[in-house]
Ligand binder design. Structure first.
Ligand code: SF4
Length: 52
């Protein structure tokens, strides 16, 4: 489980009760390449829909 990662995206296959992430690690990316100006421009690339 990714340590100390809290996440509200409860339709992700890795989401667990308590807003925890059960992935071994997560990969965060920017919408704009390798930089971002604020958190809204970042995303978790490890996300997978729960019902795949
Ligand atoms: S993989 Fe990303 S989107 Fe999915 S529960 Fe973990 S932090 Fe959230």
């Amino acid at each position: 489980m990714a340590k100390d990662v809290l996440c509200e995206v409860n339709n992700c296959a890795f989401w667990a009760d308590g807003n925890l992430c059960s992935a071994d690690k997560i990969y965060v990316v920017s919408h704009k390449g390798e930089t971002a100006d604020n958190s809204r421009e970042t995303d978790c690339k490890t996300f997978e829909p729960h019902d795949l």
